[in-house]
Design a protein around this ligand. Structure first.
Ligand code: ACO
Length: 401
């Protein structure tokens, strides 16, 4: 590759690359993607294999530390994460101020940012401080996510339980109430474990790059993660899982697929096939492949028939056989099937992107920690091509009117 800094030093040139299509912003040893082949590895391990064989917390440790944990290391990590699941009462009190129909992503931006009020004494350059911040965020974000949901339905917020796994605790905090016996469904727990692993990291996507840029000024990491949540929210990124369900509901039945595809191809009012396409993958997203299998399995094991699955399958079939999609190498991405699985687990659409954020927090803190610990803390500062007016005199200007 070309190190543009050498060229810049020698000539003053810089590259113009809106959307950063061909600009590497950092060195990273966390996630490897081979776009043309459709491969995704965490620290060298295949993501589909990890979904099959690992627990979410093991993968969190792997991403953060770089190696698979030993039994003792995992037990210690689990204990630490459990301890940090407690949330300061001041942050808990914030939830009562949100309106009942507030989008849970809006709540997440606010409450994660508010953690930086509680943990303000933090030196990102101190390794122990950083490690503590990473663990706190991995532990607390799922609790905040479930509380955002409970707030939206007016139910009391539940605390996690020490006897449950990371994935089980998510389901417990989402669906248990103080008045009823709640048994975590093992099919649902397995599905959440897989969802979390699949979404944990994906190199320099928009939200991760946002976290890195925010962190490059040595800002408080809790505020940096809040910035990542905001960046994830949009439908071109993590918000796509919510947008896919909206699209499938609008299509309604498989018979309407050809008309919808015609609208997409005609680029009618910016209509896109949500959950399709990816900046890096020019092949089937390996996470989408896993998700597709998982959806079928979860629906079958839970005995659920979702009419939207038929619409999604027909849409995929029609799109993959169409020149528009073939020529542009547009395939389903991880968001295409994930919403159908989450619906089957009883998770409302408004929580889909929150769940993405909860899982991606592991990647965000790992990337932030890597950036700081590897001395890559050069402030992120892209350039621009100025296209405005030449210098002119205020006193000589008549104004636009
Ligand atoms: N539906 C229809 N056409 C599409 C789609 C789509 N989903 N995605 C790309 N295209 C077309 C574009 O119109 C463009 O066509 P053109 O050459 O005729 O102008 C061409 O394919 C290239 O598209 P770009 O927008 O340049 O691709 P880019 O890499 O910038 O965008 C993105 C990637 C944002 C993911 C895009 O494919 C998209 O909007 N997909 C739908 C939203 C989505 O699913 N987002 C989730 C991404 S994965 C994630 O964040 C977890």
């Amino acid at each position: 590759f070309l190190d543009i800094r050498d060229l810049h030093r020698a000539t003053g040139y810089f590259s113009y690359d809106p959307g950063f299509t061909c600009t590497g912003s950092c060195l990273s040893a966390i996630t490897f993607i081979d776009g043309p082949k459709g491969v995704c590895l965490y620290r060298g391990y295949s993501v589909p294999d990890l979904v099959d064989q690992a627990q979410a917390l093991e993968v969190a440790y792997l991403l953060l530390v770089g190696e698979k944990p030993s039994v003792a290391q995992l037990a210690e990590f689990r204990k630490e994460i459990q301890k940090h699941m407690l949330v300061h009462e001041k942050v808990k009190a914030m939830f009562s101020n949100f309106t009942i129909n507030a989008h849970p992503m809006a709540i997440m931006v606010a409450v994660i940012g508010a953690l930086s009020c509680i943990f303000s004494e933090l030196d990102p350059l101190d390794e122990e401080h950083r490690w503590l911040a990473c663990k706190r965020l991995i532990a607390k974000v799922p609790v905040l996510a479930c509380w955002a949901y409970k707030t939206s339905i007016g139910q009391p917020m539940m605390y996690p339980r020490a006897d449950l796994s990371f994935a089980e605790n998510f389901l417990y905090m989402m669906f248990a109430t103080p008045m009823e016996e709640y048994q975590v469904n093992p099919v649902a727990a397995k599905a959440i474990n897989a969802f979390m692993i699949l979404h944990m990291d994906h190199e320099q996507n928009a939200s991760t790059s946002t976290v890195r840029i925010a962190g490059s000024s040595q800002a408080n990491p809790y505020a940096c993660i809040a910035a990542g949540v905001a960046s994830l929210w949009g439908p071109a990124h993590g918000g796509a899982n919510e947008a896919v369900i909206k699209m499938l509901e609008e299509i309604g039945v498989p018979e309407n697929v050809p008309n919808f595809v015609a609208d997409v191809k005609a680029k009618k009012e910016g209509v896109r096939l949500m959950g399709f396409g990816h900046r890096v993958y020019k092949n089937y997203d390996p996470r989408a492949k896993v998700m597709k299998g998982l959806v079928a399995q979860v629906l079958q094991e839970l005995g659920i028939e979702d009419p939207l699955l038929k619409v999604a399958q027909e849409l995929e079939k029609v799109a993959l056989a169409d020149d528009y999609f073939v020529q542009r190498k547009l395939y389903p991405n991880v968001d295409y099937y994930s919403g159908i699985m989450l619906r089957a687990l009883g998770i409302p659409t408004s929580m889909f992107t929150v769940m993405f954020a909860m899982s991606r927090t592991v990647g965000w803190v790992s990337q932030w920690n890597e950036m700081v610990s590897e001395g890559q803390m050069r402030i992120g500062r892209p350039r621009q091509l100025y296209v405005g007016p030449k210098e002119r005199k205020w006193s000589e200007s008549k104004g636009a009117g």
